[in-house]
Design a protein around this ligand. Structure first.
Ligand code: ADP
Length: 635
């Protein structure tokens, strides 16, 4: 352990490890596959960075969050450690340079986004790297049971096979017991090996407020508590409405959702971080990777669809360890709305097939055709033409993506990608192109290299400037060339698109397996149910409820959530009642006692336990018989 401490001291200047960091490092240091569960802010990065630095070779870090990746690379470099990253959005040249540095340049860390693991270029280069450790951040994304399954994570298991003997350190800030099992299984751990840090947040008070009028309750809360706040809602339009409502009531607020332009998002995020705006009203697109320690309040206007998501979002309050609040606003109709999300997320299988069929009419595609074709997808137009609702179409397309029929991407921040599907000599033999198309092809070949062997990231704006065509013309020409199988164009940025990964099938042949449909639907229902139970319960400590969900069975009541602070019918606080009642019942079960004898055995003053005693006597759980108090028998 001594050399690890030295590394920690040398690069970070910290005196020692915190919590379970040491256990994790010892385990991974001895070559064992390890799973570490730590809440956000628990110090996960050190657990792979330190052992990797203590050894020869390179640490491969898989993480889906590009912003976090860049941030960590920057931090490592500032400590004099060689680190680089490979993610979607880089040009091919950049990727080659980064990967070659990892082979020849004595680099210690390669951060990579999971979808890049499958690329030929990575697989080829990886063979020449001396990998000493594979670290997997957000490891719950590998589990179908998790709330954030990402198919690209399954690539990690394959990469593992290509790197025999290299240990894996999987890390996550959220995992239920079944996901914990699943992660280890999917990553082929030879033995179970889990280190868990408590997810208890001692300074965070969880509150549920039942209300019919959410905006006014939100306003009331913000007026009663000082400090920076986030208000989450599911609806993009509502982020603006709520922010305006708060502003009109004298509370400075801004809003954020995935549909805004990137520069606006950055600007708003910054103004909230700097404290120019007190409240950020946002969809769940906001918050990942944002480290603002002094958030005092996180309010959920709409109920999230899993305790995992709730815990993560609520947990953005109070990172500085000072008292903070996580409030869920719950209206009577929310329970019904949550149930509806099940139908919206998992529409009937026949409906999914219908969407698949309508899509073929929309793109006028013949049977057996389509494989490898990319189309821009306008969901409003599609819904209008075929009389569908966008929410369900979106879900149906996601299910078809899972089932492997197509690839549907909605508004991800991807750069556009392109590759020629013809060889160079074949391309030169095509003559029926329009002048504009010719111009565009020339421009592509001049501006990018390697287009015949792998996808390159392209920029339509740049191509438009270079070629003199308008952006729309560039886009349309690329789509046309894609149709003609001259190249394969994957539009990026905010254009949703559909790629056919298989040729068009007979509708009745479209199969949604149990794994794709029923099993995922069941676990979705379980999560929705858990959220309804959380919001609806008035008897379980909120913190205990969440901790139990994540598999922590022996936590204590938090004494600060709304349930704990409620008065029990006996007159003492709910949080105190159970403990006192248990002690009384236990003592009197051993032997009947006079009130004076009981007083001697109790460590609490009479004034504290008397209301509980009276309550239990009224309830006939304790009886007074011949001057002695006794526990009533159960029969
Ligand atoms: P996570 O990834 O779990 O959210 P980080 O790895 O970002 O957490 O760590 C959170 C903060 O705690 C960072 O500022 C980090 O430098 C600090 N930290 C981690 N380990 C230690 C330690 N042993 N001693 C002091 N500070 C630490």
């Amino acid at each position: 352990m001594e050399n690890y401490r030295q590394v920690l001291q040398q690069y970070w200047g910290y005196d020692g490890f915190r919590g379970i960091q040491e256990d994790i490092i010892r385990s991974i240091g001895s070559g064992k596959d390890t799973l570490g569960l730590m809440p956000t802010g628990g110090g996960k990065s050190i657990t792979f960075q330190v052992p990797a630095l203590a050894k020869e070779g390179l640490c491969l870090v898989v993480t889906p969050l590009i912003a976090l990746m860049k941030d960590q690379v920057r931090q490592l470099r500032s400590r004099g450690i060689k680190a680089t990253a490979v993610y979607s959005g880089m040009t091919r040249e950049e990727i080659v340079v980064a990967l070659e540095n990892c082979i020849f340049g004595n680099y210690k860390f390669l951060y990579i986004s999971p979808e890049r693991l499958a690329t030929d270029i990575f697989r080829t280069k990886m063979r020449h790297m001396q990998v000493n450790l594979i670290a997997i951040d957000e490891a719950h994304c590998i589990s179908q049971w998790g709330y954030d399954f990402r198919p690209s994570y399954l690539q990690i298991a394959e990469v593992r096979q290509l790197l025999p003997g290299v240990p894996v350190l999987a890390l996550t800030a959220t995992a239920t017991p079944e996901v914990v099992e699943d992660i280890q299984q999917r990553l082929a751990f030879p033995q179970r090996n889990v280190f868990r840090m408590s997810f208890e947040r001692k300074n965070l008070a969880y509150i549920v407020r039942y209300t019919e009028n959410k905006p006014s309750e939100l306003l009331h809360i913000l007026n009663s508590l000082p400090g920076s706040a986030i208000a989450y809602t599911r609806n993009r339009k509502r982020t603006r409405e709520v922010a305006e409502f708060l502003e009109s009531n004298g509370i400075s607020a801004t809003y954020y959702h995935a549909g805004l332009a990137n520069d606006i998002k950055d600007q708003r995020q910054k103004s909230w971080l700097d404290g120019q705006h007190r409240v950020m009203v946002a969809t769940n697109a906001f918050g990942m990777g944002i480290d603002k320690p002094d958030v005092r309040l996180v309010v959920h206007i709409d109920c999230p669809d899993s305790p995992e998501a709730y815990f993560q979002e609520a947990g953005r309050a109070g990172r500085d360890g000072q008292k903070a609040y996580a409030v869920l606003l719950f209206a009577p109709r929310d329970k019904g709305l949550l149930q509806r999300r099940v139908e919206d997320t998992f529409p009937e299988k026949d409906y999914v097939r219908k969407v698949y069929e309508d899509l073929q009419y929309y793109y006028q595609m013949a049977m057996g055709d389509g494989r490898g074709c990319t189309f821009a997808f306008n969901i409003e137009e599609f819904c209008l033409n075929f009389k569908h609702f966008p929410v369900r179409v979106d879900s149906a397309l996601k299910l078809l993506t899972r089932a492997g029929y197509l690839e549907y991407t909605d508004e991800q921040d991807n750069a556009s990608r392109l590759m020629f599907t013809l060889r160079r000599d074949e391309l030169y033999r095509i003559h029926e192109n329009s002048e504009a198309t010719e111009q565009l092809i020339r421009c592509l070949l001049r501006s990018y290299t390697g287009l015949f062997s792998d996808y390159a990231f392209i920029d339509e704006g740049f191509l438009s400037r270079q070629s003199g065509l308008s952006r729309q013309e560039v886009y349309e020409s690329l789509v046309l060339l894609s149709h003609r199988r001259i190249l394969h164009y994957i539009p990026g940025k905010k254009t949703p698109y559909i790629i056919y990964t298989r040729e068009r099938q007979e509708t009745e042949r479209v199969v949604l397996t149990r794994e794709v449909y029923e099993e995922r639907k069941e676990s979705y229902i379980r999560r929705i149910q858990a959220m309804t139970d959380y919001a609806g319960s008035q008897t379980h400590c909120r913190s205990q409820f969440l901790l139990r969900y994540f598999g922590e069975k022996d936590s204590r009541p938090c004494c600060q959530c709304d349930v704990c602070l409620q008065q029990h019918a006996s007159g003492v606080r709910n949080s105190e009642f159970t403990g006192i009642a248990d002690t009384l019942l236990q003592l009197l079960e051993e032997a009947p006692l006079t009130p004076a004898e009981l007083g001697e055995r109790m460590t609490l003053p009479l004034s504290v336990y008397e209301p509980v005693l009276r309550y239990l006597m009224n309830e006939e759980q304790i009886r007074l018989q011949e001057g002695k108090l006794a526990k009533a028998s159960n029969d």
